[in-house]
Design a protein around this ligand. Structure first.
Ligand code: S3P
Length: 441
């Protein structure tokens, strides 16, 4: 389905209640396929996210000669081929909308003896790739981009890689992970230092596959030439998907909603910290550990939210949740100020501009800045907004309808399926008056 052929319409006046389980974590699902493919022996994955982004990764590894069964009800079986068992694909690999697939695979494909071409959709082919190709070139990789540093990527195989010590200029888990995956194929040690903590699923999962990963404060190192041993992975629910419901049930009256089995990795929980600073009522219940990742049930109840200055240290820990947090700010009392978040301009859309445009259409004062936004909270009007094919923008505006004075129509929403298949029926079941219109556009 193209990104321009689904409109969501959400009526005002809903409340969210009951219990629900959001789909599996996108970052962990990608990595489970990648490491499972490179491991020796079988890897079984439960709770795999059957969204378009992770399916792009899965199809790419099939095209690289890996036998992958499923997904069936979230179960995937991967017959690992070992670090040196991938085969040259017959055609370019299409990564769809998925920046994670393209950036992480650039690292691991740079270490192969064959050439590959990585392509993507209109959004992905506008996103910056030099953040991975420049440091990979320092390791010896040869990767061509288009003149402005965007996809397609032409990765030349058969070039020996050398480990390196690299300080990331931007806090990016995708860049860190890409370099670590290249490091598996490099001579010597690869060490990455990050300017702020970013999600550490790659490091955790490599250790789960039996690789020695050295971790210190803001730093991770691995030795090339190791081996991965197939394992069992249980993927927790995606806190980035849960975030829409945390915001929705906070801003609408009379809500009490429990989200079961949500991943609570401390590099991902910034959204809870920021919402609590705003006055949200979120309880963390039954904390437990599943397959090397912390998990809990979250119960969220309606609460009056206050505008806040968002602490910059929390920004990388909530980087995907700002569309939802902007909606929380739009419904809060007073002013919310976000700074230090220029990365939002190079996500699936320019999330600063696209969210500010949509909030203005709903009558909320939203002032975009170079690296953030200033939002004066109020009561949103109904109206029509454009998600620009960005899944998280679409779902954030769907939640805004819970407090709007009229219905909200959201255009170009088909990409909700990249990260949250089944969002419409799940949200409707919890009490969001949402329906999908086929545009036929
Ligand atoms: C991701 C890292 C983040 C995030 C993206 C998924 C990952 O990107 O925005 O949705 O799985 O590593 P950056 O690392 O570029 O910030």
């Amino acid at each position: 389905m193209a990104a321009d052929d689904l409109t969501l319409r959400v009526a005002p006046g809903g409340t969210l209640a009951g219990r629900l389980r959001v789909p599996g974590d996108k970052s962990i699902s990608h990595r489970a396929i990648m490491l499972g493919a490179l491991a020796e022996g079988e890897t079984r994955v439960g709770g795999f996210l059957e969204g378009e982004d992770c399916l792009a990764t899965l199809r790419a590894f099939r095209a690289l000669g890996v036998d992958i069964q499923g997904p069936e009800d979230g179960e995937v079986r991967i017959r690992g081929v070992g670090l040196h068992g991938l085969r040259a694909p017959a055609a370019p690999l299409d990564m769809g909308n998925s920046g994670t697939s393209m950036r992480l695979m650039a690292g691991l494909l740079a270490g192969q003896p064959f050439d590959t071409v990585l392509t993507g959709d209109a959004s992905l082919t506008r996103r910056p790739m030099r953040r991975v190709t420049d440091p990979l070139a320092r390791m010896g990789a040869r990767i061509d981009t288009s003149a402005d540093g965007t996809p397609p990527l032409h990765i030349h195989g058969g070039t020996p890689l050398q480990g390196m010590d690299y300080a990331l200029p931007v806090a990016s888990a995708q860049v860190k992970s890409s370099l670590l995956l290249a490091g598996l194929y490099a001579r010597g040690r690869t060490c990455i230092t990050e300017p702020a903590p970013t999600r550490d699923h790659t490091e955790r999962m490599l250790a789960g596959f039996g690789l020695a990963v050295e971790r210190g404060e803001g730093r991770v190192c691995l030795q090339g030439g190791g081996r991965l041993q197939g394992t069992r992975i249980q993927v927790p629910g995606d806190i980035s998907s849960a975030a829409f419901f945390l915001v929705g049930a906070s801003i609408a009256p009379d809500c009490r909603l429990t989200l079961e089995h949500v991943g609570m990795n401390p590099t991902r929980t910034g959204v809870i910290d920021i919402l609590r600073l705003m006055g949200a009522d979120i309880r963390v219940e039954n904390p437990r550990e599943v397959g090397g990742e912390p998990v809990a049930d979250l119960t969220v109840s309606s609460a009056p939210l206050q505008g806040v200055e968002i602490p910059p240290a929390l920004v990388p820990l909530a980087i995907d949740e700002f569309p939802a947090l902007f909606v929380a700010a739009a419904c809060a009392r007073g002013r919310t100020v976000l700074t230090d978040a220029a990365e939002l301009r190079v996500k699936e859309s320019d999330r600063i501009q696209v969210m500010a445009d949509g909030l203005l259409r709903l009558g909320i004062q939203a002032e975009p800045t170079a690296d953030g936004m200033v939002i004066q909270g109020g009561d949103p009007d109904g109206g029509e907004v454009d998600s620009h094919g960005d899944h998280r923008v679409a779902m954030a505006f769907a939640m805004a309808a819970l407090r709007a004075r009229g219905p909200i129509r959201i255009r170009h929403c088909a990409n909700v399926n990249t990260s949250f298949p089944g969002f419409v029926p799940l949200a409707a079941g919890a009490g969001l008056p949402i329906e999908a219109e086929e545009d036929g556009a």
